[in-house]
Write a protein that binds this ligand. Sequence first.
Ligand code: GLU
Length: 486
Amino acid sequence: MPTNKEVRVRFAPSPTGDLHVGNIRTALFDWAYARHTGGKFIFRIEDTDRERVTDEYIAAALDTLRWLGLQWDEGPEVGGPFGPYMQSQRLDIYAEWAQKFLDQGDAYYCYCSSEELEARREAQRAANVAPGYDGKCRNLSPEELAAFLAEGRKPVVRMRMPDGHTTFTDLIRGEVSFDHNFVPDFVLVRGDGSPLYTLAVAVDDVMMKITHVLRGEDLLSSTPRQIRVYQAMGLSEAEYPEFAHLPFVMGQDNAKLSKRNGEVSIAWYRDAGYLPEAICNYLALLGWSPGDDREDVSREEIAQLFTVERVHSSPARFDMKKLEAINGDKIRALDLEDFLARVLPFLKRDDVVTGTEAELSVVRQALPLIQERIATLAEVTQMVKFLFVEDFVVDVDSAPKIADEQSQSVLKAALVALETLSDWSHEAIEAALRATLIEGLGLKPRIAFGGVRIAITGSHISPPLFESMELLGRERSLARIKASIA
Ligand code: GLU
């Protein structure tokens, strides 16, 4: 590959659902490689299967990439010199190439029905022969052809795979070789005229002048077929894109990560309050390392440091706890206004606030109290909602904890100490409660303050108590303590 050529990398999902962790790890590496090399990041939607790929999923895919900050240089919405970038809008191009391959003799019409193919595969299995197309329609006699046509059969277009093997150097796995005995003639176009992935992906990679294909290891075995298409398109070996197949992402249980063994949908992480920069940071470390043992990398650093040489060939293990820890770190690194902007959609979604100035001013005061205490943005709701609910109820888990005699007498003592307090600062509240409950009654802090916390916030998990009371205000605080004294 000549080094003066501009690097062009593509991310080419088939959105048949929400993009998952594996897709996004690929997208991130594609983006990072393009940014690192000063090349172009191309976003192509592989939507030839319009029964499974829907407009909603496509829109969600664009939205997810944008949310993650992986802005594409060419693709849907932004356009580019090699568009359209949706395969469903390129069907004529694939049909033309398929016709050309037929004309050149690289491809042929195959009239075998699926029942016939299945019966022959069965026989291959019985005879212990590698299953796959047996080449029956490669050289049909004029009589056989006439018979099929008379039956009205709709042929598929099949690529002729020559004997031999395909060898290429994968940038991550090194030299990889496929024996064509295991790569039978493959279908390019279905009987209804629609193109298959192998045709569309290879044609587009060539026509969009893609120089590097970085994608999941699950696609490694389709590479010899794609190379066969390049050959039929007239490319020389030096003109093929380079391939780099990224290692699998495994679940905790060492099985391939899937819906079954973990949360895979990026939309789920977004709803749960993971920050895009935390997801990028964590996914970057899944199969790649920045060259030292740092675990905190920004998107910019990923772009700056990313090289394919530092992608591992062994599978990476997805670790939810680590992602959570990184997310907590990224939350702590936010400045107040940024933090507020990020939590606001969650607080609105959960009906905690509507967004008035008065509400924002309370949230602004509460956020510094909880920034150290949460790992996801969605947790903010639970932490601050006590400041906004008027008809206040103690949560069901916590209510019994203040019902017993001792808790009740502590609450009564707390009420007496607070009712006479004129200064409602958190320092004064703390001093009064300590003097009465700890020094006066000799209680341990957990016993002294645990009940008050539940009375005030409705839960035993809350922001720091005295600050919470200051923020809630004198009247509401006293009313809540009174209400919890049965
Ligand atoms: N569209 C394919 C998929 O979503 C990936 C294409 C490619 O990267 O070669 O699995």
